[in-house]
Design a protein around this ligand. Structure first.
Ligand SMILES: Nc1ncnc2c1ncn2[C@@H]1O[C@H](COP(=O)(O)OP(=O)(O)OP(=O)(O)O)[C@@H](O)[C@H]1O
Ligand SMILES: [Mg+2]
Length: 215
């Protein structure tokens, strides 16, 4: 099944986690990657990173915004209005265009990032897609709070949480606290990879036991 790759914050490792999960999911059939809303395009595109690291098919962004800012602000500066109807239509088109393909849909930044000046939040978009969410979080200090807050935000909107991915040096205590207090399973722990390249991504992907959402 397809899922959303959400994060507790920007820069937590959603794109790297998407590449690792895509590589792991590819063991069980066709998988693609989509970043529907991307800001900061002038510094590079997540889609290029995933294509390079995982070699899976990638869809084009619906909103590709130049400035490295929150989507609502990057969109305002670009004179663009981010519309949930447009995003939902793009998602339906992707699904119809590739029957049987599972998609990893990467969010922009954290969950409560605004998409417009009217108060629409990214999590509202996720609720429209009604896909299970994989939450990507840092492994180290501060992650318990950010992870539990994010899980609360997802649960409040009735979103199904498929699991959590922890990025960085494995930390057993943090993992256990998030699993217990957040009632969530850990899908993967992704260590800091140096070098970060297709081989190191493939090696981590190899060690992942695919969860139910992968079927
Ligand atoms: N496991 C890892 N090993 C090595 N580098 C990593 C790892 N995870 C993330 N990084 C690096 O950290 C930075 C942020 O990671 P990434 O781009 O995946 O974050 P993100 O959550 O997708 O950010 P955004 O909100 O901009 O989409 C990147 O430079 C990335 O290469
Ligand atoms: Mg990213």
């Amino acid at each position: 099944m397809s899922c959303i790759i959400a994060g507790t914050d920007t820069d937590v490792g959603k794109t790297v986690a998407s590449a690792v999960l895509a590589k792991a999911l590819a063991r069980r059939g066709d998988v693609g990657y989509w970043k529907p809303i991307a800001s900061g395009a002038r510094d590079g595109r997540d889609v290029d990173v995933v294509a390079r690291l995982a070699g899976v098919p990638c869809a084009a962004e619906s909103y590709l915004l130049e400035e490295p800012l929150s989507p609502h602000l990057a969109a305002r500066l670009a004179g663009v209005a981010i519309e949930l109807d447009t995003l939902e239509q793009a998602w339906q088109d992707l699904r119809r265009g590739h029957p049987g393909r599972r998609w990893l849909v990467e969010g922009a930044g954290g969950l409560l990032v605004p998409l417009d000046d009217a108060g629409t939040l990214q999590v509202d978009f996720f609720a429209r897609l009604a896909l299970p969410v994989v939450l990507v979080a840092r492994s180290g200090l501060g992650t318990i709070n950010h992870s539990l807050l994010s899980l609360e935000a997802l649960h409040r909107r009735g979103l199904d949480v498929a699991g959590i991915v922890l990025v960085g040096s494995p930390n057993t205590e943090n993992r256990r606290a998030i699993e217990t207090l957040g009632q969530v399973a850990t899908v993967a722990e992704i260590p800091w990879l140096d070098p970060l390249d297709p081989a190191s991504v493939a090696a981590v992907a190899e060690g992942i036991d695919l969860p139910d959402f992968a079927t």
